[in-house]
Design a protein. Structure first.
Length: 185
């Protein structure tokens, strides 16, 4: 049952990657600079590679976007966090969850410092990290960050939101895996 959820999440995450890449264009267009232009061009390459189903090319462009963001904009910039998140999404889709975990954690540190720590976007970042943990069978760690995502989504989106229900369902599926000897009430 958990395998089905994780596969569905992987496709969702990949879709989110391309939404982020597409959204980055207008956001980056507001900021002048060669680094931002390079990142937008690399995001365009990621989208083109996806259309061709060329995941190695998408991953190569994503890695280059991270490098450009860190060196030309700053290693602690939101651009660096966004590009790390995008690369992590690809790693997650490719079932390279340990690599995704490391990038998500680095990006989350930046997001916590530079964005609304209680914002709906933060819940998405926690959710992604929770999926990476779950794929590695780190169920307790997954539950920890998924609960953070759930609290934010309940507050911002309410209990009837599909995003909130998705986190709640994943928590329900992972809890018996994290605590197999717990008494069922």
């Amino acid at each position: 049952m958990i395998k089905k959820s994780i596969q569905g999440v992987s496709l969702f995450v990949l879709g989110a990657l391309f939404c982020l890449a597409a959204q980055a264009g207008p956001a980056l267009a507001k900021m002048p600079g060669e680094g931002e232009k390079k990142i937008q061009a690399l995001n365009d390459q990621i989208v083109a590679a996806n259309e061709k189903r060329d995941l190695p090319a998408a991953l190569k462009a994503a890695a280059e976007a991270v490098r450009v963001a860190k060196t030309e904009i700053g290693p602690e910039s939101l651009a660096a966090a966004d590009t790390m998140n995008n690369q992590a999404n690809l790693f997650l889709y490719l079932k390279r969850a340990a690599e995704a975990e490391q990038l998500y954690k680095q990006a989350i540190v930046i997001y916590l410092e530079k964005t609304d720590k209680d914002g709906a976007e933060m819940a998405s970042h926690y959710f992604n990290l929770g999926v990476a943990y779950a794929m590695q069978k780190k169920y307790s760690a997954a539950l920890n960050v998924l609960n953070k995502a759930l609290i934010i989504r309940l507050k911002k989106l309410g209990p009837d939101s599909p995003e909130t229900k998705n986190v709640d369902q994943m928590i329900a599926e992972l809890t018996p895996l994290a605590y197999p000897n717990a008494e069922k009430i």
